[in-house]
Ligand binder design. Structure first.
Ligand code: AMP
Length: 426
């Protein structure tokens, strides 16, 4: 064993497990295509201020979870992205996207980094897929984004999910609510735990996120944000819910749901899975019209998005047996050579087959024929193509179907014709 281990909270993925990722990624890409979302890729690191402004200084992410570093002693601090929305909005503003077209529907599958204590479903490097719809945040836009997200779960066959949804009102509603909440918790300040005490001053809304059982009753009896939302906000929320019902998306309205990130407004949602333990949130999102202004864009930009954690999604799928029997697809043909001197020819044969779109493997380690056959079976090859001295000289090769054991003797051109598969390109 090497003296080096992967850093705690990070993970290596080999082909056996990579197929699980490819399954999910394939479905995300397919659904993104169906819903007409285009892929966005942004840098893995950004200036630290982007996240401080974009996520909010009082959030756990910015407060204690960012991997930040100075590129050089005089440089500006950089941070490995802990989430995608701020980076995507930065990129959209930098490119002035909305001046090119009024609406942009973007999706991503990206690695993120947070300095958290590693545990099941909580890593220091993890992957999210998500979408950001820029230029609209109408009820239709919210429903569109939610349908895409729930569509991915449906297509994967995942069940036992709970979609909770709430409205956070606008900035003004939240400011009034923050004051009311502070006034409510203040007389109980001594009963609050340390982190809630801190939140009382800086951002009392976040006390509602507390998982501390001792505070459960106190939190349940707190004033509700919903009661501070203006009538227009409530009407819009009702419309979102009605669109979700029309599309057959089931949800639960939960007025206690507040998202930790400061830039959310109006509709916010979260999906949890009954298959996950303490870290049961699988994804979440909502509207963030105020983020563009916060990042210096000069004005609000209607926007709505979601993010889903791939690791937790895979854990839930595994628990429901949705990953069973999944294994890497083997080569169609394994070229078996009788003696080492023929390996150059075997390569040419493999080359011709591959050019015809036929996945082909061959021996690269000078193994015996028996070992090559064993390898062909281990990989799940459909055919073995034999090359001995006679085959080499006559140009007639033995082709064995490894499932039926049927064997025939054919020229390479006929084999190529029989097994040919259309190439993706060229
Ligand atoms: P958030 O951006 O915190 O709302 O997270 C969105 C989703 O990303 C969560 O619901 C999780 O599925 C996933 N997630 C967040 N943090 C982690 C982490 N440290 N490790 C693995 N997944 C995470």
């Amino acid at each position: 064993m090497s003296q080096y281990q992967a850093v705690k909270g990070t993970k290596d993925v080999f082909p056996d497990e990579a197929v699980q990722w490819q399954l999910v990624e394939g479905v995300v890409r397919r659904l993104a295509g169906l819903y007409a979302f285009g892929e966005v890729r942004t840098p893995v690191f950004e200036y630290t201020e982007l996240f401080q402004r974009g996520i909010g200084a009082t959030t756990d992410i910015v407060g204690k979870e960012m991997f930040s570093f100075l590129p050089d002693p005089q440089g500006r601090s950089l941070t490995l992205r802990p989430e995608m929305t701020a980076g995507v909005m930065r990129a959209a503003l930098q490119r002035n996207l909305l001046s090119q077209a009024p609406l942009h529907k973007l999706f991503y599958i990206s690695d993120l980094f947070r300095k958290e204590r590693p545990q099941a479903g909580r890593q220091r490097q993890f992957t999210q897929f998500g979408a950001e719809l820029l230029g609209a945040s109408s009820p239709a836009a919210v429903a569109e984004v939610l349908s895409f997200m729930m569509g991915v779960f449906d297509a994967l066959g995942l069940t036992g999910l709970r979609l909770r949804i709430n409205t956070l009102g606008d900035l003004e509603d939240r400011a009034r609510y923050r004051d009311a909440l502070r006034a409510y918790f203040l007389p109980f300040a001594d009963e609050l735990d340390e982190s809630s005490k801190e939140r009382l001053e800086k951002n009392p809304l976040r006390i509602l996120d507390s998982k501390n059982p001792a505070l459960k009753e106190l939190i349940a009896a707190a004033p509700r944000l919903f009661d501070f939302v203006k009538a227009e906000g409530v009407a819009e929320f009702e419309e979102v819910l009605s669109l979700l019902r029309d599309r057959g998306v089931s949800y639960e309205v939960d007025h206690l749901l507040v998202r930790g990130l400061d830039y959310y407004c109006h509709t916010a949602f979260e999906v949890t899975s009954s298959e996950l333990g303490a870290q049961d949130a699988i994804g979440g999102g909502g509207r963030y019209d105020g983020l563009a202004r916060e990042l210096g864009g000069g004005k609000d930009m209607p926007a709505v998005g979601f993010a889903v954690g791939m690791e937790r999604l895979l854990i839930a799928m595994e628990k429901q047996g949705l990953l069973e029997g999944l294994k890497p697809v083997g080569p169609k043909v394994f070229v078996v050579v009788q003696q080492l001197e023929l390996s150059g020819h075997a390569m040419q044969v493999a080359f011709q087959l591959r050019r015809a779109g036929i996945s082909t493997e061959l021996d690269l380690a000078g193994r015996s024929m028996k070992a090559q056959m064993r390898e062909a079976n281990r990989l799940g090859a459909a055919y073995a193509l034999f090359i001995g001295q006679t085959e080499f000289e006559s140009g007639q090769y033995g082709l064995k179907n490894l499932v039926s054991s049927e064997q025939s003797t054919l020229t390479l051109d006929s084999i190529t014709e029989i097994l040919r598969e259309p190439l993706l390109c060229g």
